[in-house]
Each structure stands twice: as structure tokens, then as C-alpha cells.
Design a protein around this ligand. Structure first.
Ligand SMILES: NC(=O)C1=CN([C@@H]2O[C@H](COP(=O)(O)OP(=O)(O)OC[C@H]3O[C@@H](n4cnc5c(N)ncnc54)[C@H](OP(=O)(O)O)[C@@H]3O)[C@@H](O)[C@H]2O)C=CC1
Ligand SMILES: O=C(O)[C@@H]1CCC=N1
Length: 271
């Protein structure tokens, strides 16, 4: 898969903070021509080498081949109308915004070639992220070329799964980081120095995830494999499993994040 963008078929990133910045760094690392990219971000001081940086979308240029919306959902309503003027019949609009739904986006960009929702996560910077995608067949090849280098690229037909996936893979790294933090704090309580506790927790999660990713067995089976009968792991798992505590906690966590995506969508619809 190669990038189809060049100076004559540019890619504009509207809002390039933590998330769009992570995507861009991966794309540049994997061969995207920086001359094809324009960042529109009013307060950003600098851009990666060769990438054009503007404070506002240009009004006197041909519309880009792709316009990626990397602003916060709350920012979108205020800039939607102005951006619509920059979109042409050959522009594919890709939104990474949580919540904001296809209906709102197609309403705002009625003149676009296609509208695609792409829900990324931060590990895309390493090519080990997730890109959940929802959009018309006609746009899939073009968007797939951008999604594939990010990690797992998964198309869904039901847009509701983008909001569900925002909770699981979009927000998910934060939940995993909280678990690592809790494990490190626990290690400290058991006597490790703070720095060693964090290294121990991080290496354990990294190794366990890498092994699970390569294994034929499910994580549930792998957990049982670590647990020798009557041993230390079983004693620990009994705490996590009591009244399905860990499953209940994670389910409530994901539900809260998914509910917030629905709220953001409703706010964007009202605006
Ligand atoms: N962070 C993550 O892990 C994930 C984020 N997302 C989605 O990505 C989007 C961005 O999130 P994130 O990167 O974390 O947020 P950031 O705040 O880091 O990025 C948003 C960027 O947009 C800029 N901006 C603000 N107003 C405008 C404007 N009018 N025109 C152009 N740019 C503007 C901001 O500048 P300034 O800081 O000066 O306001 C900032 O650089 C959100 O919609 C979020 O839902 C999706 C999946 C994961
Ligand atoms: O917290 C948020 O709203 C965004 C979407 C998923 C991850 N970060």
C-alpha cells in the first residue's frame, strides 16, 4: 500500500494535536510526502520538516483530496461552516472526532465526495494502534492506504460500533495505563522502590500483551495457564474474580466512555 497524496492531491489536517499528530508522525515515517500535507492549527508553533503550517484553512486554493478533522468535538460546530467552503466534490472528509456522527458530518459537508469516521488511538504512532473505520465502499481504498500503517484497521458497517470502539480502543490505552499505574503502586506497597515498581509493571504488561497477541489461546486460557493449582496466581485471581469484580469494573468503565460519546454526538447535532 502506498500513499496517493502529493502536492497535486494534498491532505489537510484540521487540528493537529496529540492524536492527529501521532497519526502524522507515523505517516511521515512510512513514506508520506511531507509536501503533500498542510496542518491548519491556529496556535501550533511548528510542523514536522516539509509540512506546511497555517493558522486557518486557505480560501484561495483548490480543495484537498482529503481533509482530516482532528479538532475536539466541542470545537467542530464553530468551524464547520467555514471548513465546508474548503471542501470540494473530490474531497474525502475523514473525522477522528469522538461522538460526532456521520449524519452531522454529511450535513456539514454536503458537497464532499465521501465522509468517513476513523477512530484511532495513540499507539498508532508506533504502527501498533487501532483504526476503526466506517464509511462508504467508494472511499475505502483511499482511506485504507492511510489506516493500514497505523496498526489494526477494522471497517465496521454499523456506525454505533465506532462509538462503542471509541470506548474500547480509542480510550482504551488510558485504561491500560491506569492498570499499569495501579500495578506499580501495588508493587511499591510490596516493597519495591518507585522506579523499579513502574519498570516491573510496564515490562509485565508489555510481555503479557505480546505473548497474548501471538498465542493461539484466549487471554482467559492464558490466565489459567499462569495459575498453578493452589498457587500464588490463583490467590490473586480469586480477588479479581470475586463477584466478577474486574469484569464489572471494566464494563462500567467502557459504558461510561460510550455514554459520553453519545453525549458528544448529541451536543454536535444541536450546535
Ligand atoms: N487523544 C486521543 O487518544 C484520541 C483522540 N481522538 C479525537 O481526536 C481529536 C483531537 O483530540 P486530541 O488530539 O487529544 O486533542 P488536542 O487538543 O491535542 O488536539 C486538537 C488540536 O486542534 C487545535 N485546534 C483548536 N481549535 C482549532 C481550530 N479552530 N482549527 C484548527 N485547529 C484547532 C488545538 O489547538 P489548541 O490546543 O491551541 O486549542 C489542538 O492542537 C478529538 O476529536 C478526539 O475525540 C480520537 C481518538 C483518540
Ligand atoms: O477522551 C476522548 O474523548 C478521546 C476520544 C478517545 C480518546 N480520547
Amino acid at each position: 500500500m502506498t500513499y496517493s497524496f502529493d502536492v497535486s492531491r494534498p491532505l489537510w489536517l484540521i487540528g493537529c494535536g496529540n492524536m492527529a499528530g501521532a497519526m502524522l508522525s507515523r505517516w511521515l515515517e512510512t513514506g508520506l510526502d511531507p509536501a503533500a500535507v498542510t496542518i491548519v492549527d491556529p496556535n501550533r508553533a511548528e510542523a514536522p520538516g516539509g509540512v506546511r503550517l497555517l493558522a486557518a484553512a486557505p480560501e484561495d486554493e483548490a480543495p484537498p483530496a482529503m481533509l482530516l478533522l482532528g479538532v475536539k468535538p466541542q470545537t467542530f460546530p464553530a468551524i464547520a461552516q467555514q471548513l465546508a467552503a474548503a471542501v470540494g466534490a473530490n474531497t474525502t472528509v475523514v473525522s477522528i472526532m469522538a461522538g460526532v456522527d456521520v449524519k452531522t458530518l454529511t450535513g456539514a459537508f454536503a458537497g464532499a465526495k465521501a465522509v468517513v469516521r476513523l477512530m484511532p488511538n495513540l499507539p498508532v504512532a508506533l504502527g501498533k494502534g487501532v483504526a476503526l473505520l466506517c464509511g462508504p465502499e467508494s472511499a475505502r481504498l483511499q482511506v485504507e492506504a492511510l489506516a493500514a500503517p497505523l496498526g489494526l484497521a477494522l471497517w465496521v458497517n454499523d456506525e454505533a460500533l465506532i462509538d462503542a470502539g471509541t470506548a474500547v480502543s480509542g480510550s482504551g490505552p488510558a485504561f491500560v495505563y491506569r492498570f499499569i499505574d495501579a500495578m506499580a503502586t501495588g508493587a511499591e506497597k510490596l516493597g519495591f522502590a518507585s522506579e523499579d515498581a513502574e519498570r516491573l509493571a510496564l515490562a509485565t504488561v508489555e510481555g503479557a500483551a505480546a505473548l497474548a497477541a501471538r498465542a493461539d489461546e484466549s487471554p482467559a486460557v492464558l490466565a489459567d495457564r499462569v495459575a498453578s493449582p493452589g498457587g500464588t496466581t490463583r490467590a490473586g485471581l480469586n480477588v479479581l474474580d470475586a463477584d466478577a469484580a474486574i469484569f464489572d469494573l471494566v464494563h462500567r468503565t467502557l459504558q461510561a466512555a460510550a455514554d459520553r460519546a453519545a453525549e458528544l454526538a448529541a451536543e454536535a447535532r444541536k450546535a
